[in-house]
Design a protein around this ligand. Structure first.
Ligand code: GLU
Length: 420
């Protein structure tokens, strides 16, 4: 981090402070909500394939549990820091509150590059990590899920390790599991389906016709690919996508399935035959209608924000736009659908998964999809209305809605009443 540059946790606290000031919350409640409830740091021991012991740092931050058990993903990435996890845990508190599911917010991660581990090492790390967290998580207390660098297979190993330790199968401890282990229909595409519902809602509000709209997607993992696939099926034109290897462009549209097959074969989207390679930094600046950042944090900042030409940005990734960039995008009248709303489809279907596990009663794909649609459309409307009524951008509106909901609960719990 360059000198004077703020880290993501400081930026998050500043955003929380600003919103809480706007809501006029009591100083005590502000002080309480700007700090995580519990921070867990673990040292994970793994015996590597060469017989040597290696040690990894893991974190779980439970930001707020006032509206229900804490909820949020576990990421495996070389860039994981405690401050990132703190910031992302607060974002989860906002996310669950925006869509009004009865959860609080948490996040966790291990500082590791999962691509550098063998399958056996990855399995051991996953099992050890969840066992290290086990005293502080539970079906009714804290329920992890996949995030960057983790997937349903990792959730399966973790569920198994936790269940063995508890002495019984406990599918409600994690979400994002394979269907066979109590996962939900539609969970794998839920984040993207949610992003698409928000895009469709935005187009409706802005009176933009759906015909032939050009879409650019940064990132081609689970979220990026599924956004491309669903939007392509709806008739949108996916003109450019990227991954960590580079970016590709075809003004006539890419076939998301063929791009995925190419990526699976070659490990990157670049050099896909029906496209030209372009510089990754140019991707975000392409002429298009809808831009979907589906990669990592801080991708749109004060350096490139003024060159963004999209009409709508829907944040499939968490925190891809910096506060400085937000201001520039506002000035340029670009509607940013913030992460806490745009990508909340993932945690919403996680909630559905948890409900199904707790009841041992599983729903069909169509049931899940239609319930998700209801939640996303209702949440978008609520945020959009606040955005208009209060004349604030969508991120501020979503934060006001979410923090207002959390603060209401805290107020009810802490109000002293003498009138029995
Ligand atoms: N990792 C996802 C997120 O950031 C999903 C969290 C969950 O399903 O608990 O929203």
């Amino acid at each position: 981090m360059a000198n004077g540059e703020k880290n993501v946790w400081q930026m998050t606290q500043e955003r929380l402070d600003k919103t809480m000031d706007m809501l006029g919350l009591k100083p005590g409640i502000q002080k309480y909500l700007r700090e995580p409830k519990r921070i867990i740091e673990v040292t994970i021991r793994v015996q590597m394939d060469n017989g040597e012991i290696d040690v990894f740092k893991g974190y779980r931050v439970q930001h707020n549990a006032d509206r229900g058990p804490t909820k949020g993903g576990l990421r495996f990435s070389e860039n994981v820091t405690l401050d990132d996890v703190k910031a992302l845990s607060a974002l989860m508190t906002l996310k669950t509150a925006v869509v009004n599911v009865p959860f609080g917010g948490a996040k966790g991660g291990v500082r590791v590059n999962p691509k550098k581990l063998s399958l056996r090492e990855l399995e051991t790390l996953s099992r050890q990590f969840i066992l290290e967290l086990s005293p502080n998580i539970g079906v009714d207390t804290d329920i992890p899920a996949p995030d960057v660098g983790t997937n349903p297979q990792i959730m399966a190993w973790m569920t198994d390790a936790y269940s063995i330790q508890q002495g019984h199968f406990e599918p409600g401890i994690l979400t994002g599991k394979p269907i066979e282990l109590g996962g939900s229909q539609g969970r794998d595409e839920a984040t993207s389906a949610g992003v698409v519902f928000t895009v469709l809602s935005a187009l409706k509000e802005l009176n933009i016709r759906k015909n032939n709209l050009d879409v650019v997607i940064q990132g081609y993992g689970n979220a990026g690919y599924n956004c491309a696939r669903i939007l392509n099926d709806l008739g949108f034109n996916i003109i450019a996508v990227s991954d960590s290897g580079g970016a590709i462009y075809n003004k006539n549209g890419l076939d998301p399935q063929k791009v995925l097959e190419h990526k699976n074969k070659t490990c990157s989207v670049i050099n896909y035959s029906e496209s030209e390679n372009i510089a990754p930094e140019k991707l975000l600046e392409l002429e298009c209608d809808i831009l979907i950042p589906a990669a990592l944090e801080n991708q749109i900042d004060e350096n490139n924000a003024s060159r963004i030409k999209a009409q709508i940005i829907s944040e499939a990734a968490n925190a891809p736009v910096t506060p400085e960039a937000d201001e520039i995008l506002d000035e340029n009248n670009i509607l940013v659908i913030p992460d806490m709303l745009a990508n909340a489809g993932g945690v919403t279907v996680s909630y559905f998964e948890w409900v199904q596990c707790c009841q041992s009663y599983y729903w069909t794909y169509n049931e899940v999809k239609s319930k998700l649609k209801q939640v996303m459309e209702r949440s978008f409307k609520e945020v959009y209305k606040l955005h208009k009524d209060k004349n604030v951008n969508m991120r501020t509106a979503a934060s006001l809605l979410a923090l207002g909901r959390v603060a209401d609960v805290v107020s009810l719990k802490t109000t002293r009443s003498f009138c029995y």
